[in-house]
Design a protein around this ligand. Structure first.
Ligand code: FDA
Length: 387
């Protein structure tokens, strides 16, 4: 049998695209090698799925073309997804500004998407290994371990490389390459950082910080936590997406305050105290570590240049990670199918009519906070409508 649309991948983007295409009247087949659909949705947001961010926009994404996501995000917005969630009476809450989570469980989002696909008449075949996609005069042949499937259109939606144990593969990248598309180099993103000189005694210490990288890079004000191997927490995951190998991140450990003024005021008020007292605003274990270089010399006897050097370190702690925790721990992959070969309106490959690419497989990588799912929904709808 020939399908109108075959969607490769029953994840966030693929299910959304399938439901949209099916509702538009297309005969749709979804193929996935996993045992159930939406496995990353199920583990997302600590099991509650941070399903969108109300203030998303192209500025919340990394891409070689920073405008690419604009059209799809504007045509299917966070409010549109919230309407769908409300229609299914899934209760939700705004955890941090703009970040919407289910009150109950991420399972509700998967059930909703599956139900949307079923209502739209889509067929799904799980546990199907896809080996290749080829084009011929009538459209496409999708080769699988259960035989060939013919289709007028194919949507590449097998996601990125993060969490291989959940079935992540490079299938979409491989197929895209075979059709002549360029691939922007990929790397783990939204990922904990590994430091050569990590101090395991600090593991578990957490504090609010501001992370930055590069002169014009973004700044992320959020939590950071020391791990046995380095650093994690939302402010670290965010900046990790921007760090090139060998790059440097700067961390303000006393955000919103002038560290030098604070330290000099403490020195004046408590001249007989020892250096860790300078950092009483920080967790004690960290304070002890940071002030270690000042020895056991009373504050009154500390030259101001020492205090100044410490203040500089506090407000601009320079971190040069030796690496990251890799795809096993990364929330997403950055890079992917180069958007220069795709239409930003429809996600169709410019030179291969009928072939589309959506979701994380594409070089559009969102910040933490629901942006990645919104990209999956928006790009899925764009392709589903066009395919
Ligand atoms: P997705 O990975 O969802 O789906 C791809 C599908 O393709 C999978 O079903 C997979 O089995 C299938 N597949 C892969 N290779 C295949 C092959 N060779 N053959 C057949 N099928 C194949 N984002 C967010 O916005 N809010 C959040 O709360 C979170 N939380 C979160 C937590 C954790 C732990 C992770 C790892 C990730 C998140 N994310 C997130 C990111 C989010 O999960 C991710 O961006 C989207 O799921 C991407 O959707 P896609 O549909 O593109 O890929």
């Amino acid at each position: 049998m020939t399908f109108d649309v075959v969607v490769l991948g029953a994840g966030a983007a693929g299910l959304m695209a399938a439901a949209t295409a099916g509702r538009g009247g297309a005969r749709v087949l979804v193929l996935d090698h996993g045992s159930e659909p939406g496995r990353k949705i199920l583990i997302s947001g600590g099991g509650r799925c941070n399903f969108t961010h109300l203030e998303t926009g192209p500025n919340c994404f990394l891409s070689q073309n920073k405008h690419f996501a604009r059209s799809a995000l504007a045509r299917y917005t966070p409010r549109d997804f919230v309407k769908l969630v409300d229609r299914y009476q899934i209760a939700w809450h705004e955890k941090a500004k703009g970040q919407l989570f289910c009150d109950g469980s991420a399972r509700q989002i998967v059930d909703m998407l599956v139900s949307e696909c079923q209502d739209a008449g889509c067929e799904a075949r799980m546990e199907t290994r896809i080996t290749d996609v080829e084009a011929d005069a009538d459209g496409f042949v999708v080769r699988t371990d259960a035989g060939d499937v013919r289709s007028r259109s194919v949507i590449l939606a097998t996601g990125g490389l993060s969490i291989p144990k959940l079935g992540a593969t490079d299938l979409s990248l491989r197929i895209a390459r075979s059709f002549g598309l360029k691939i922007v180099p990929t790397a783990p993103a939204l990922v904990p950082l590994v430091l050569d000189d990590a101090d395991p005694s600090l593991a578990g210490v957490s504090l609010d910080v501001v992370t930055t990288c590069g002169k014009k890079g973004p700044r992320f004000a959020d939590g950071m936590v020391f791990t046995h191997r380095g650093l994690s927490g939302p402010a670290i995951l965010q900046i990790s997406s921007y760090l090139e190998a060998g790059g440097t991140a700067h961390i303000d450990l006393m955000p919103g305050r002038n560290a030098l003024e604070v330290l000099l005021a403490i020195k004046k008020a408590r001249p007989r105290a020892l250096p860790p007292s300078l950092l009483e605003a920080l967790p004690a274990r960290l304070a002890k570590e940071l002030a270690g270089g000042l020895g056991d010399v009373m504050l009154a006897n500390q030259p101001d240049k020492n205090i100044k050097a410490l203040a500089e370190r506090l407000s601009r702690w320079e971190v040069r990670p030796s690496g990251t925790e890799g795809y096993a721990k990364a929330e997403v992959m950055r890079g992917g199918i180069d958007t220069s070969g795709l239409s930003s309106q429809t996600m169709e490959v410019r030179d291969v009519p009928g072939l589309y690419a959506i979701g994380e497989a594409v070089d559009v990588t969102g910040w933490l906070g629901g942006h990645n799912f919104q990209w999956a929904w928006s790009s899925g709808v764009a392709a589903g409508q066009a395919a």
